[in-house]
Write a protein that binds this ligand. Structure first.
Ligand SMILES: *[C@@H]1O[C@H](CO)[C@@H](O)[C@H](O)[C@H]1NC(C)=O
Ligand SMILES: *[C@@H]1O[C@H](CO)[C@@H](O)[C@H](O)[C@H]1NC(C)=O
Ligand SMILES: *[C@@H]1O[C@H](CO)[C@@H](O)[C@H](O)[C@H]1NC(C)=O
Ligand SMILES: *[C@@H]1O[C@H](CO)[C@@H](O)[C@H](O)[C@H]1NC(C)=O
Length: 443
């Protein structure tokens, strides 16, 4: 046990601290400013016309009627930490405007490129091997740009610290952090969060996949890389849970030792405390390995059908009041899976939620489910359904409703991403973000 942990610690480089690393200095927190220098020596690359340091308070007005309060550090993201962040011009993006918007490449970000995300079974053997080797690299390479937040106790700010994580683990942590219980007046409420059970759900996850895809493109220098998806419609079992694909597991849920992810550990696992953030984010010995038990939970041992997806797509309204897990007759809640897609009323587990529970193990602990790469394939397909729905109903940003779910207002920044991406901006064609989906089984 000690030996593998020691080796991993070496590959990752031992600790110093999805916060931009350069914005976690005392000076950045004192001035509440995250406007790092770009390589031309100016803040946000302003001398090169890439961007400028902007007052966020003007850019993202609070949802109507909400009084600012920062009991929970994520509310009104990222204003608990920063009032000023970079605003990037034209095709530039990134926390310091040093990168390009999704779908753009090159030093001047003037080369647009649209990649096709394929169903994993459509990949050629070399493409599939490339995907698994890129994931292995992302799992073992320390993120250059980002660090993650860990706390011993959320009531005490002096226990907050920023620690290193691998590129993949930063992605996994983002999902975890968005889902932790919300602290209000010193009590914890886990009935809502920043990424689920509300209108932000489809766009938030779209952004998560784009983040991972772009991080892998940057890490490998491969601009053609696109994450694959898993079309689970009508599957009788998890047909990609084999050695050649995502890996087989034993009766206890342990992945076969020859499978690609057999040695993967889950960041933030084993610490499902409401009152702390990922206390052992930097201690690999404390993390659980991935596990899965597809199809063994008797209350979730089937997968959604072709008809379930068709029924989900027919709903014309994007979301409906009260914009939470009880919202009826709308696309978002049918897709997310809090109700029956056919009638849009009966509360039951279906679609997206059903898949998480079907897999059991890591995937069914939804906050840490992003540790299992099946999460990316699953959400790739959820995002494809979102794309098909937008096309079918000619949806534009104005279908995104004003609502009172924390962090889910149309003009609020998706939590906890850098730079700020407004929730409503993801109601737009994927081709404007640099990707499309392959056709598979008639969709
Ligand atoms: C952004 O990229 C597009 C497509 O390559 C290019 O035509 C456009 O000039 C670029 N915009 C800016 C502001 O550089
Ligand atoms: C928190 O306290 C404020 C001020 O006392 C109060 O208005 C608000 O309703 C409280 N929130 C909760 C969730 O108890
Ligand atoms: C899935 O079902 C097929 C056909 O019934 C079977 O051959 C295969 O072994 C099953 N795969 C798994 C991973 O259970
Ligand atoms: C959904 O919103 C309604 C109206 O605000 C509220 O009464 C209900 O408790 C909420 N349900 C959940 C599960 O959050």
């Amino acid at each position: 046990m000690l030996v593998p942990c020691a080796i991993l610690a070496l590959c990752l480089g031992v600790v110093h601290s999805q916060f931009p690393r350069s914005c976690t200095t005392q000076a950045a927190f004192n001035t509440k400013t995250c406007c790092p220098l770009w390589k031309d020596g100016s803040s946000c690359g302003s001398l090169s016309g890439r961007g400028q340091c902007r007052d966020l308070v003007v850019f993202t007005p609070l949802a109507a009627g909400r009084v600012p309060q920062h009991d929970d550090d994520r509310l009104d993201w990222p204003r608990h930490y920063y009032d000023n962040t970079c605003e990037c011009f034209g095709n530039y993006s990134g926390y310091n405007c040093g990168e390009c918007k999704f779908g753009y490449f090159g030093d001047k970000c003037d080369r647009q490129k649209i990649n096709v995300r394929k169903e994993i079974r459509q990949l050629s053997l070399p493409e599939r091997k490339r995907f698994f080797s890129y994931l292995a690299l992302a799992k073992t390479t320390k993120s250059r740009d980002f660090v993650v937040l860990s706390t011993g106790d959320r009531h005490h700010r002096d226990t907050y610290r920023f620690v290193d994580a691998s590129v993949y683990d930063v992605f996994a942590w983002i999902h975890y952090y968005s889902m932790k219980a919300i602290m209000e007046n010193s009590t914890f409420d886990d009935s809502k969060n920043y990424a689920h059970a509300g209108p932000a759900f489809p766009g938030w996850h779209r952004l998560g996949l784009l983040f991972l895809e772009r991080q892998i493109q940057l890490l490998t220098g491969d601009e053609d890389f696109a994450i694959p998806y898993y079309d689970w419609r009508g599957e009788k079992n998890c047909s990609i849970c084999t050695e050649d694909f995502l890996g087989d597991n034993d009766i206890q849920g342990i992945l076969d030792k020859f499978s690609h992810f057999a040695s993967w550990k889950s960041i933030c696992s084993g610490f499902n405390y409401v009152d702390a953030y990922c206390p052992a984010a930097d201690d690999h010995c404390q993390m659980e390995t991935l596990h899965r038990k597809p199809g063994t939970n008797p209350t979730a041992n089937w997968l959604p059908s072709f008809q379930d997806v068709e029924d989900t797509l027919k709903w014309k309204d994007f979301d409906n009041p009260p914009y939470n897990r009880t919202s009826q007759r709308n696309f978002r809640n049918a897709l997310e899976g809090f109700l029956r897609p056919s009638d849009g009323i009966t509360l039951e587990r279906n679609m997206h939620n059903l898949i998480h529970m079907y897999f059991g193990g890591t995937m069914s602990q939804v906050a840490i489910s992003s540790n299992d790469p099946i999460f990316t394939l699953h959400h790739g397909f959820v995002d494809k359904i979102f794309e098909v729905w937008m096309l079918r109903h000619n949806a534009t940003t104005d279908v995104y409703p004003a609502n009172n779910e924390p962090g889910q207002g149309p003009d609020e920044c998706a939590t906890p991403y850098f730079p700020c991406y407004r929730n409503k901006d993801f109601i737009s064609s994927s081709s404007t973000l640099g990707y499309t989906y392959s056709k598979y089984q008639g969709m």
